[in-house]
Design a binder for this molecule. Structure first.
Ligand code: F6P
Length: 556
């Protein structure tokens, strides 16, 4: 049985700390102060509350409802929660994932060759680079056409089968880095156990030109194993039409990414075509491990290593930069201010880059599976709010949909805007229009428009209240020179470390996910009951009714 964690730094409940009370008092003073006044009273505010990070990444958080005092008080809280020692413990490979007794070392996945990071006395970095080299050889062979399918045809479609962390990162990266990807191969992602996903993603694919990458840390996940089984049948049926269906043929069309060699072999995938990773890589922190094989095939080994270097730059920034200038720390503290003191329940992540279409979906798992917890590390129930709900979609689409609520609704919706100066498609005036919009939204949210201004513009008195904007709605703007593989890596590492800092302050384990278990267990119980062969269902009346309806609808 795992031993309970030592909790020297978090044994006092968060809200019992003097630093927490100081923030509460400060919040009472600042709560009614408008961003308009904060900017008016401090001409240096924009510069003072902005930070330059690695590789040209600039973060302006001056439109958050904080002052230098707020930030200092939040830093005091972070220090009281032992943030420094938690960061050091993570980078040292200590088993900070206490409920699973595992180290948390996604930072080792992007550590340069020659670095030393020990887990149980063993340096894990050489093994990381061995797998990266194995991936590189395979990616090159697929990209060049040297790796062929069972009929000798080169691979034209790569289909990643996985779910959660074994899908969201690679799927997001496929979109994000499309401008850097080969046009010779199309990339598709099957995750849902709904057969529609498989049917639609394989529509029009030639089995003899298709490679499946089955990604699953455990290789036991219901959705992934079901889709992989369907994929094998689809492949063999397709190859049978040209007389090439055989177990040997499967080896040319299936590779696996997993920590579980035994299960990979049991499924029938040759373990020489398996790319490994380790239990110290959490699923949602794994897109830079072998789980990113599809990304490497898309952008090539050099592009993938460039992405890793971006991750590593942010890791080093996080590890070495004083907290007051540390992007992930600042972002985390601002989030805690918004959630725990200003009472917001949500975070909108709004990239003004179409390539980041799936970025907020990726962040939903990263943030909400990591910190959506109500039990502290010591097993006690927290008496403070933890993770907000995270959502969003690329600008400017959201402006014509849900921004109305962000501007004039009754709830506080803090926003992270993300923008890049240089376009990947320099067409006409698009980029200026895009950037003007993101700057305008942040400005409008912060400063609003008073009733007086609306009336002065000539609005009749009955209409003016509808056209007035309160403002004082917080946002951070992340501005970078251009979306590149390295900057994508930095951006992801920024959010990974932000999540870690918030988890540390909230006192939860950001690296387990027990909350997904109960539903999985109940689904396993219900599966045989749907066929009608199982013993009498032992569920609540509502669930029994639903099972009965389903069975009737399916004639069972
Ligand atoms: O159900 C949640 C989860 O365990 C995630 O944490 C994980 O990313 C996902 O399922 C997929 O797990 P696996 O990679 O083991 O198939």
């Amino acid at each position: 049985m795992p031993t309970p964690p030592e909790l020297t730094s978090t044994s006092t409940p968060l809200t019992a700390l003097a630093q927490w009370s100081a923030l509460e008092s400060h919040c009472k003073e600042l709560r009614t102060t408008h961003l308009r006044d904060l900017f008016k009273s401090d001409p240096s505010r924009a510069q003072a509350l902005s930070v330059d990070g690695p590789d040209g990444l600039f973060m302006d958080y001056s439109k958050q409802r904080v002052t230098a005092t707020t930030m200092q008080l939040l830093l005091d809280l972070a220090n009281a929660r032992g943030l420094r020692s938690r960061i050091d413990a993570m980078f040292r490979g200590e088993k900070i994932n206490v409920t699973e007794q595992r180290a948390v070392l996604h930072v080792a996945l992007r550590a340069p060759r020659g670095t030393q990071i020990l887990v149980d006395g063993v340096n894990v970095v050489p093994a990381v680079h061995e797998v990266l080299d194995q991936m590189s050889r395979f990616a090159d062979a697929v990209r060049s056409g040297e790796w062929t399918g069972a009929t000798g045809k080169r691979i034209r479609t790569v289909i990643n089968i996985g779910i959660g962390g074994s899908d969201l990162g690679p799927a997001m990266a496929a979109d994000a880095l499309r401008a850097y990807s080969t046009n010779e191969i199309s990339f598709r992602f099957v995750s849902n156990v709904d057969a529609t996903d498989f049917a639609e993603k394989t529509r029009g694919c030639d089995p003899s030109e298709t490679l499946f990458i089955v990604c699953s840390k455990t290789f036991t996940t219901l959705e992934t194993m079901t889709n992989a089984t369907t994929a094998r049948a689809w492949l063999l049926a397709g190859l049978a039409t040209v007389g090439r269906a055989s177990p040997a043929a499967v080896a040319k069309h299936f590779v696996a990414v997993s920590t579980n060699a035994h299960k990979v072999a049991e499924f029938g995938i040759d373990t020489t075509n398996m790319f490994g990773f380790w239990d110290w890589v959490g699923g949602r922190y794994s897109m830079d491990s072998a789980i990113g094989l599809s990304t490497m095939i898309a952008i090539g080994p050099a592009g993938f290593r460039e992405m890793l270097s971006g991750f590593h730059q942010m890791d080093e920034h996080f590890r070495t930069t004083p907290f007051a200038m540390n992007l992930p720390v600042i972002m985390a503290l601002v989030g805690i201010w918004n959630s725990n003191f200003l009472g917001s329940q949500t975070l909108a992540v709004l990239p003004y880059d179409q390539y980041l279409d799936r970025f907020s979906a990726y962040l939903q798992q990263l943030e909400m599976e990591s910190n959506g917890k109500h039990v502290a590390l010591d097993g006690s129930r927290v008496t403070w709010e933890t993770c907000p709900s995270v959502w969003g979609q690329p600008g400017t689409n959201g402006q014509h949909a849900f921004y109305q609520m962000i501007h004039q609704g009754t709830r506080l919706v803090p926003c992270d805007f993300i923008a890049f100066c240089e376009p990947l498609h320099p067409l006409g005036v698009h980029q200026d229009l895009l950037i003007a919009n993101v700057f305008a939204q942040a400005e409008a949210l912060a400063f609003g428009k008073t009733l007086h201004e609306v009336e002065t513009e000539g609005s009749p008195a009955w209409l003016a209240p509808h056209r007035q904007f309160d403002g004082n709605r917080p946002s951070t703007l992340l501005l970078a020179p251009k979306l590149t593989p390295a900057r994508l890596g930095s951006l992801i590492a920024l959010y990974e470390h932000k999540v870690f800092v918030q988890g540390t302050l909230w006192g939860v384990n950001s690296f387990d996910q027990w909350g997904v278990e109960l539903g999985k267990v109940l689904a396993q119980r219900i599966i045989p009951e749907l066929s009608g062969n199982a013993p009498t269902p032992a569920h609540d009346a509502s669930t029994q009714q639903l099972i009965a309806r389903y069975r009737a609808a399916r004639g069972r």
